[in-house]
Design a protein around this ligand. Structure first.
Ligand code: ATP
Ligand code: MG
Length: 374
């Protein structure tokens, strides 16, 4: 028969004995009190010893003109122990492609999500969701859901960075953080979910932790300068910042990319210059841009005239093809340039294409550029 313990609450030793008994009773009762929720524990009972990834990231052949310092910085940052990488730079420089290739080189699988302005903490970390039977339960958000592989957050600048990464801040800085969600929302005494900074053996059901394979690779379009400054210094420090700029030698890019795509049967002469590189350079002086829109220009020219030659000066029909390609792929990206800049671009491009200032085409080009200018 179980004896009912009697305590004298006025005696300190009895009081301590009572507290110890209550604690023991609660310990025994907790498995019964906690209805298991349908969230998987984040770690296994025994920690897997994962083989360390190969940090010797190669120069990826499908990306042309990525500066060698970019690869050096990625390799050295990873080797020095930086876990998280931020790829930033002008639009279309290959940031997303590079993040995916790096993640693919490091691990067998990764996940990519694209930032959105309406992301909330619920989307990122998680929150209560109706369970279907009238009750509610905690449901993991994107980050907790992918704590076992690298997560690429593409276009981080599209969301409120602090709101998105803020809840992870303590984890990024090596501290555990307790979430305001109960394992069993119907029972105020059940444990709150906790995010641990690293996996541990025998993690409990309410403890989430990133595995060794977890790291963040984010991309940020630096044309949106304000978003660069949106991050607190403390958060900034958790990332290695890799600037992915436009290729250094634009003419060489056109040459290498055209060769890769099989755009010509005969190699252009060594000294040949492409008007595309000149136009790109004019644009870059005002608003730096990566390869992507100029890849589109090349594809446009090729579609308009299958034997289009990128390495001769613009003449005849090719002038109007270049102008159309510019209008389709580059013009929209110049939205909001200053009046004086729009005029400068128009004059310089007219020069490259051999258009006289009073020609119909040059006037049209100026008019279209000015219509986007502020
Ligand atoms: N340096 C490059 N060499 C070859 N292809 C490239 C290069 N840069 C971009 N591309 C191609 O252009 C397209 C867009 O590239 P990607 O999305 O990776 O650029 P991004 O920098 O992420 O652009 P955004 O700033 O718009 O997010 C892809 O198809 C990619 O393969
Ligand atoms: Mg991108």
């Amino acid at each position: 028969m179980t004896q009912i313990p009697v305590f004298d609450a006025t005696s300190p030793s009895d009081l301590n004995r009572a507290l110890a008994e209550i604690e023991k009773a609660l310990d025994n009762a907790s498995p019964v009190l906690d209805e298991p929720v349908e969230t998987e524990p984040s770690t296994s009972d025994t920690l897997d010893v994962e083989t360390p990834p190969d940090f010797n990231i190669p120069a990826f052949s499908q990306l042309i003109g990525i500066r060698t310092e970019v690869y050096d910085q990625i390799r050295n940052a990873l080797k020095s122990g930086k876990r998280h990488l931020m790829f930033y730079g002008p639009p279309g420089t290959g940031k997303t492609s590079l993040a995916e290739l790096v993640a693919g080189h490091l691990y067998n699988s990764h996940r990519m999500v694209t930032g959105s302005s309406d992301w909330s903490s619920q989307d990122i970390i998680g929150g209560y969701q109706p369970a279907g039977d009238g009750s509610i339960r905690f449901s993991k958000g994107i980050l907790l859901e992918h704590f076992d592989k690298p997560l690429i957050i593409d276009e981080l600048n599209r969301c409120d960075i602090d709101r998105v990464l803020g809840p992870l801040f303590t984890v990024l800085s090596g501290q555990p953080t307790t979430l305001p969600y109960l394992r069993n929302p119907a029972d105020e005494n059940s444990e709150r979910f906790v995010i641990l900074p690293a996996a541990k053996a025998n993690a409990k059901q309410h403890e989430f932790a990133p595995t060794q394979n977890w790291r963040l690779l984010a991309t940020l379009n630096s044309i949106d300068k304000a978003s660069l400054y949106q991050m607190s210094y403390a958060l900034t420090r958790r990332f290695a910042w890799i600037l992915v700029d436009a290729p250094e030698d634009l003419n060489q890019f056109v040459r290498d990319f055209g060769a890769l795509k099989g755009y010509w049967s005969e190699e252009p002469p060594e000294s040949a210059k492409s008007p595309i590189a000149d136009i790109w350079s004019i644009v870059n002086d005002i608003r730096p841009m990566g390869a992507a829109p100029f890849i589109d220009v090349m594809a446009y020219c090729k579609a308009a005239a299958p034997d289009f030659n990128f390495f001769v000066g613009a003449e005849g029909e090719s002038k109007s093809i270049y102008l159309s390609a510019f209008q389709v792929s580059i013009l929209p990206m110049l939205d909001g340039v200053a009046h004086e800049q729009a005029n400068r671009i128009a004059v310089n491009i007219s020069n490259v294409l051999g258009l006289t200032t009073d020609s119909k085409e040059a006037k049209e080009l100026t008019r279209k550029l000015l219509s986007l200018a502020l």
